[in-house]
Design a protein around this ligand. Structure first.
Ligand SMILES: Cc1cc2nc3c(=O)[nH]c(=O)nc-3n(C[C@H](O)[C@H](O)[C@H](O)COP(=O)(O)O)c2cc1C
Length: 202
């Protein structure tokens, strides 16, 4: 098992996969890593569609501007936000945090008042707001995958409407990203990164 430091340092975006399938228990372990991610008010708005069949993977590839490597991955996770679940989870999660004393009553009131305001937002605005909670869960999956020798690649260049149409999802599901996962058939060098001093604001 890798340390977190190892996983962070060794991770690369993988765009070439061997065809070998992934054991179900490893997929379950990846989803469990997502499940344990932090989220605002503990709302846990992430939802995942597990895609293994070639036909759907090809449709997802088309919805991602024909990024062909997507269809070559044995598994593609369609990473989504559940809008209703988020609204409900924000309220119940905040109340829970208040009850156990993790968050002051004063803060609970502010969050609940904000939740009322959030309800009046349009789907796009809400989706964007929720998406970063999903992103944290997705990155848990990305890092945990290394423990099983798996690689993945975030795919955000997608036509969200096309993805939703594939599954006939309604407005309640907001598509955040695709995550093709599989055994790497490449070992890319580290990509360029900014220097430490470039990321610290004086
Ligand atoms: C939010 C997000 C969206 C991305 N979308 C795509 C994508 O649509 N297609 C792709 O090939 N790579 C995509 N990537 C991968 C990036 O290109 C990659 O993370 C970056 O070049 C750094 O390389 P590394 O991940 O190997 O360190 C995305 C990464 C992130 C975090």
């Amino acid at each position: 098992m890798l340390t977190i430091k190892d996983a962070i340092e060794q991770r690369r975006s993988i765009r070439k996969f061997r065809p070998d399938s992934i054991p179900d228990e490893h997929i379950t372990a990846l989803l469990d890593a997502a499940r344990l991610a932090p989220s605002g008010s503990n709302a846990q708005p992430w939802r995942f569609k597990i895609v293994k069949d070639r036909e759907t993977k090809l449709k997802l590839t088309q919805a991602a501007y024909n990024q062909v490597f997507i269809a070559e991955a044995p598994v593609v996770l369609v990473c989504c936000a559940d809008i209703k679940g988020y609204l409900h989870g924000t309220v119940s999660g905040t109340q829970d945090l208040g009850k156990i004393g993790a968050v002051e009553d004063r803060i609970v009131k502010i969050i609940l008042k904000r939740a009322e305001k959030i309800k009046t937002m349009g789907i796009e605005q809400l989706g964007h707001r929720i998406a970063f909670n999903v992103a944290i869960a997705v990155e848990h999956i990305v890092l945990r995958a290394l423990d099983f020798g798996l690689g993945s690649c975030w795919v955000r260049l997608i036509d969200e409407r096309m993805v939703k149409n594939i599954f006939s999802w309604d407005e309640n599901i907001y598509v955040v990203a695709l995550l093709p996962i599989g055994y790497p058939d490449e070992s890319p060098p580290p990509r360029k990164r900014l220097k430490l001093e470039d990321i610290v604001i004086d």
